[in-house]
Design a protein around this ligand. Structure first.
Ligand SMILES: *Cc1c(COP(=O)(O)O)cnc(C)c1O
Length: 371
């Protein structure tokens, strides 16, 4: 007979991003601002800030005692994060990417076959970890415009005894955002359900109202806000994410995580970057301008080429749009050296530098013309 694999993992395959080298990578929503390269950004102040930061990071990493275990509570980095986002450092749990924290929430805050509600389409890792930890996954399908009817979500959660609702806000891949008031409504209406708002893209959200749930994390026993250094902060290589929650939840998360989950080099480099509020603000503004360039460009093309749909309004660093023969268009763009994300009948394009965004728009027009 031999060793039998558990049924839930028999069909699993390792996560594999696109293979090959593509000069323009717009497929993974990373920041296009590479601190270790001199890629032109067309923004002299940001380029100068990047040089200064590069030296600060090198100095900080140079001081790390490589023979010692890291600080398990990541005190320095949690304080720097807290100062930047206006939350106490002791409400913050650091993880090896927010990915690890999603796994921790699904694995440790829930038990047995408890039900997790996902608002689809959404980030696939929520359902992935929920299933891996043998939770029951329930999906609420968003409407045609990717809107969420809160009253329906609340009724469904009550009816099905949902123990956790996990969603990205703003949403990857739709780019849509819920107002802070709406997240608060979920927390209030479902006091015995964990509400996880993954704010990986919140830095790119601009609007007249409040959107982040961070200001009221301390008021609720059932709210966790996830943040990451992989997007607006521009440190995807370091693998660092944060869960922000009140002290009761934070104590449990810190106790349940693996003790040395964030290495010392990551802690040192990330702290050096998180202290630079002005630079990070300017970087986010640059990325927002890039998204606006992409949105306007795709919208203009959609006016000329019926195969292309209008992009959905985006509160993120990417643009999401429908296109006919999606996979063929995606492949043709790859052949031109531009990597995008193909999702059903839509493409998702991450913000690049101003020059990369122009290349993308030119290449897309070429593909639509059959060139
Ligand atoms: C990219 C992304 C993250 C970041 O994950 P890390 O593990 O921190 O790199 C988290 N949530 C969503 C919705 C994302 O798109």
């Amino acid at each position: 007979m031999g060793y039998e694999l558990a049924k839930k993992i028999r069909e699993l395959v390792p996560y594999e991003p696109i293979q090959g080298s593509f000069p323009v990578r717009l497929d993974a929503n990373e920041s296009c601002i590479d601190l270790n390269a001199d890629t032109p950004l067309g923004d002299p102040a940001l380029e100068a800030g990047r040089l200064r930061l590069r030296e600060k990071i090198a100095a900080a990493m140079g001081k790390v005692a490589l023979n010692r275990y890291p600080d398990p509570l990541c005190a320095g980095v949690c304080e720097a994060f807290g100062a930047l986002y206006g939350v106490p450092g002791d409400w913050v749990t650091a993880g090896n990417g927010s990915d690890e924290l999603i796994a921790l929430l699904m694995g440790c805050l829930l038990e047995g076959g408890e039900t997790v509600l996902s608002l689809t389409p959404d980030f696939s890792m929520y359902a992935f970890y929920a299933v891996l930890y043998e939770r029951r996954i329930l999906c609420y399908g968003k409407d045609g415009a990717f809107g969420i009817a809160l009253d329906k979500v609340i009724a469904l959660a009550k009816q099905e005894g949902v123990r956790a609702i996990v969603f990205s806000n703003p949403c990857n891949p739709t780019g849509c955002v819920l107002r802070a008031e709406e997240v608060r409504q979920l927390c209030t209406a479902l006091p015995d359900c964990l509400i996880v708002a993954d704010e990986a893209y919140m830095e790119f959200c601009r609007g007249p109202e409040g959107y982040s749930a961070l200001p009221f994390v301390g008021e609720f026993d059932n709210l966790v806000v996830l943040k990451t250094c992989s997007k607006a902060i521009g440190l995807a290589a370091l693998r660092l994410g944060f869960a922000v929650s009140n002290q009761r939840l934070t104590r449990v998360l810190r106790a349940a995580k693996s003790p040395y989950n964030v290495n010392s080099l990551t802690q040192a480099a990330a702290q050096a970057v998180l202290e630079e509020k002005a630079f990070l603000g300017a970087a986010a503004e640059y990325l927002i301008r890039g998204r606006e360039q992409l949105e306007a460009g795709v919208r203009a093309l959609a006016g000329n080429y019926p195969a292309l749909g209008e992009p959905t309004a985006s509160s993120t660093n990417f643009v999401f749009f429908e296109v006919e023969n999606t996979e063929a268009v995606w492949r043709a763009m790859l052949e031109k050296g531009i990597a995008l994300r193909c999702m059903g009948n839509r493409l998702r394009v991450s913000t690049g530098t101003a020059a990369e965004n122009r290349l993308f728009l030119q290449a897309l027009e070429g593909v639509l013309q059959g060139r």
